[in-house]
Ligand binder design. Structure first.
Ligand SMILES: Nc1ncnc2c1ncn2[C@@H]1O[C@H](COP(=O)(O)OP(=O)(O)OP(=O)(O)O)[C@@H](O)[C@H]1O
Ligand SMILES: [Mg+2]
Length: 383
């Protein structure tokens, strides 16, 4: 007999457990169905299973359920969350916890069979959630792209516990490794030349995992002549491969507008278009936004981030929004000392001073990015 995953149901409501079992009893793509009213015992059972799908109900005690989902996530990626509360907020919460699917209660037989069959037939579910390429860009140098890419990526890893790739595509002048005091053995050029067709495990080993976070760093090429040989087609291939492994891909790049940069920008799901508050920078930003419009980027793809923001600046947020014709998505406060300490020590702001204004800002920024992405997923989900 073909190996099929067993199904572990964790639900405090006896009736719901039995309904799930009765709906799935004859489904050939799953094995034994085991029911638990207690999360702890259910998790012990999941630990014993080689291959299983977990259905966990979060209708009652959300905090207890949350801890349980975190534990289960370490054991199997195939998690379905059910709840009698199916507000958008709860669905977002469930997906953020790591559920592959959310089912409102009472569970409908057809939906349940569809979801479980899909998970049972797809063993590689770890990477099937949509992956987002988020590029931090400015057409001006020294605006804070690397600062934002590094600290946002690390906070996203902390907030979501998902794998976040931080890629240095500032091919000639990259400095992510300096910002994080890393000396990675491999770089973008090596991955493109040697690992692009390899298994995910091999590919991921070329990245430097940052300390105890789930952020994986890929450095820029060690030699300028190597960066010159990288083509837009190769960047596209790299992105396609990375999308299979990482739910979030944060890209840092140069200010140049050349064929490689345009490729990166075209392929990004989001561009965090960064500016500071001064007239030349805003004028520059205006020109670049016109370029984005001429390339028909949808408005929601380009998100304006103001760096080094100060409340009492002469130019107000309103002025910037009026000039650029678009709302500002996020403001990162000015905090030179914390940033310089972080850069000099080769650490992130979260490590140096998490409770500073800029530490709080990056944490909230990451939560907003992750919430907005999940919300986009929920909207697609509800269609
Ligand atoms: N929010 C901030 N508050 C204060 N200083 C900042 C802030 N963000 C960045 N800086 C300062 O700006 C400098 C340039 O930042 P960063 O290297 O991130 O810019 P960049 O856009 O990546 O530059 P490049 O175009 O050279 O790659 C940093 O060394 C830091 O001193
Ligand atoms: Mg930079």
């Amino acid at each position: 007999m073909q190996n099929v995953p067993s199904l572990i149901v964790l639900d405090k409501n006896a009736n719901s457990r039995e309904i799930i079992k009765s709906y799935l009893n004859n489904l050939e793509c799953i094995g034994e169905i085991k029911l638990f009213d207690d999360y702890k015992t259910g998790i012990e059972e999941i630990k014993k299973e080689k291959d299983c799908i977990a259905i966990i109900d979060i209708s009652d005690n959300i905090d207890e359920a949350k801890e349980a989902v975190y534990d289960i996530k370490l054991l199997t990626p195939r998690i379905v969350i059910t709840s009698s509360d199916y507000s958008t907020n709860t669905i977002i919460r469930a997906l953020r916890l790591g559920a592959k699917e959310f089912l409102p209660k009472p569970v409908l037989k057809d939906d349940l069979i569809r979801v479980i069959s899909m998970l049972a037939n797809n063993t590689n579910t770890e990477n099937d959630s949509p992956s987002r390429i988020i590029t931090v860009y400015s057409n001006k140098g020294g605006i804070g792209k690397t600062t934002i890419a590094v600290n946002l990526a690390e906070e996203l890893a902390r907030v979501t516990k998902d794998k976040v790739a931080l890629i240095d595509l500032n091919l000639q002048l990259g400095d992510i490794s300096t910002f994080l005091n890393l000396n990675p053995p491999f770089d973008v050029n090596y991955v493109i030349r040697n690992l692009i067709d390899k298994e995910e495990d091999t590919l991921i080993r070329a990245f430097e995992k940052y300390k105890d976070t789930s952020m994986y760093v890929l450095a820029d090429p060690s030699y300028i002549e190597q960066s010159e040989s990288i083509t837009p087609q190769e960047i596209e291939k790299l992105f396609n491969v990375l999308r299979k492994v990482f739910p979030y891909i944060i890209v840092d790049m140069s200010a140049a507008i050349d064929p490689n940069s345009l490729k990166i920008l075209d392929l990004s799901d989001w561009i965090l278009f960064t500016s500071i508050v001064n007239i030349p920078a805003i004028r520059n930003a205006q020109r670049c936004l016109n370029l984005f419009r001429s390339r028909r980027y949808p408005e929601e793809k380009v998100k304006i981030v103001i760096n080094r923001y100060m409340e009492n600046d002469e130019i107000t947020l309103n002025d910037i929004e009026n000039t650029l014709g678009q709302k500002v998505y996020w403001k990162v406060p000015n905090n030179y000392f914390t940033i310089m300490e972080a850069i000099n020590k080769g650490e992130t702001i979260a490590e140096i001073n998490p409770s500073s204004n800029i530490g709080n800002s990056f944490r909230d920024f990451a939560s907003k990015v992750s919430d907005d992405i999940i919300e986009q997923t929920v909207i697609q989900y509800r269609r």
